[in-house]
Design a protein around this ligand. Structure first.
Ligand code: FAD
Length: 380
């Protein structure tokens, strides 16, 4: 087993780290403060190819591997968790799913635009009563002469504020749960879509999360993948999405560790830097060890994605481990900075709020444990 990046992956990582440091990081506090979707930063990220990292070059993407993609999301998240998750939605949940399941005209219409950043994508699966139980879709798509009429309400749709297209999941065979859900490519300017801004959120502010009310007609050509197979497609997309959220969590955790080290070396108490105290050293040691262990799982899951294997187990393990390690790292960083971290507007205060969502979106930690235990029990 080779545990080294290739020269090409390493060079790409260095390039994106520089972009994150120079372009994304200076905007992070303002994105959090304003809660506005960072269209300017997304445009700059798109110019680096970050809206279509794994999308084939034939469709305008970078055509890179999943390991490179995970490294890029981690680097961006170290600078801004919001930009990282926004990129992960448009890459993993929209562009990759379209590349995987779309017909040529659908790709012609949307994939190039998504990969270039000209169009932002959204993924509308969750509903008021379909969160962890995502198969309980109440949004319905009823067959019409020319296509489908979709009615229902989606909640917490990230990127919705700026998105040009959303992949909307709707029940085509009510009562069949996941066996009767279809995916649709819905242009966000279609008549009959009402976007409602969400109330303020704790972290990843500026993600453009909105609720969608749908009363919309779409043609047959808007069906993504086979009819009634949409839930399977959503679960496929979430495998990659969870690798990206694991990488996002690592980036947040790394930023927390960096802040904690910086403060521990500079802050003097009892006449010496607090980094001299074993209580602080052990916290730093645990943070570094747990983040690195989670990184191994994340890269292992990304490598499984690159081999085009089913990787639900690896992706769930990576997301679970990385989000919990990053949460603990942000918590310990807060302890090490103490009042300097607790102050509104400090970097650690933002990281502490941002990290929490990584244990919730794209499946809660409990949902990841369900997937892992089902695999473990099936294999025993
Ligand atoms: C910032 C943010 C962005 C999001 N972006 C998107 C998006 O772009 N698109 C989208 O479709 N959705 C999005 N979501 C929604 C997200 O995917 C859901 O919030 C998540 O799946 C959990 O659903 P829920 O909030 O309804 O919690 P619930 O499902 O109500 O869960 C509540 C609690 O019960 C637990 N639980 C539920 N069932 C079980 C069980 N069987 N066993 C044990 N415990 C259980 C959960 O783990 C959790 O702790 C986003 C959410 C957030 C916070």
């Amino acid at each position: 087993m080779i545990l080294e990046l290739t020269a090409d992956q390493d060079a790409f990582k260095t390039r994106i780290e520089q972009f994150a440091r120079e372009v994304v990081a200076p905007r992070a506090a303002a994105i959090d403060e304003s809660g506005s979707f960072p269209a300017d930063v997304m445009k700059a990220a798109a110019a680096q190819g970050l809206c279509g990292v794994t999308v084939p070059t034939a469709w305008g993407g970078l055509g890179r591997d999943y390991i490179s993609y995970a490294l890029a999301i981690e680097a961006i998240a170290r600078a801004s968790a919001t930009v990282a998750v926004s990129l992960s939605v448009t890459n993993s949940l929209v562009a990759e799913l379209l590349a995987h399941a779309g017909k040529a005209p659908q790709k012609e219409q949307w994939l190039r635009r998504l990969a270039s950043g000209e169009a932002i994508g959204a993924f509308a699966l969750s509903e008021a009563d379909a969160g962890t139980d995502a198969a309980n879709q109440q949004t319905k798509a009823v067959k019409t002469a020319g296509g489908y009429h979709i009615t229902g309400r989606k909640v917490w749709v990230a990127n919705a504020d700026a998105a040009a297209v959303a992949i909307v999941f709707a029940s085509t065979r009510p009562n069949l749960r996941g066996q009767g859900v279809t995916a649709f490519l819905v242009p966000m300017d279609a008549p009959g879509i009402t976007r409602t801004a969400l109330a303020d959120s704790l972290g990843v502010r500026g993600l453009g999360c909105m609720d969608l009310a749908l009363d919309v007609d779409v043609g047959e050509s808007h069906v993504l993948g086979p009819v009634d197979q949409g839930f399977r497609l959503a679960m496929w997309a979430l495998q990659g999405g969870r690798v990206a959220i694991a990488a996002q969590a690592l980036g947040i955790g790394e930023a927390a560790l960096a802040e904690a080290i910086r403060h521990a070396k500079g802050r003097q108490q009892f006449g010496q830097p607090i980094a001299n105290y074993q209580a602080i050293q052990w916290m730093l040691a645990d943070m570094a060890t747990e983040l690195d262990a989670a990184r191994m799982l994340t890269l292992k899951a990304a490598a499984a994605k690159d081999r085009q294997e089913k990787c639900d187990l690896e992706a769930s393990m990576a997301k679970l481990a990385a989000s919990e390690a990053a949460h603990k790292a942000a918590d310990k960083a807060m302890q090490i900075l103490a009042s300097a971290g607790y102050r509104r507007g400090s970097v650690v205060e933002r990281l502490f709020r941002d990290v929490r969502a990584t244990e919730i979106y794209q499946g809660t930690s409990e949902a990841q444990r369900m997937i892992i235990s089902a695999n473990v029990l099936a294999g025993a």
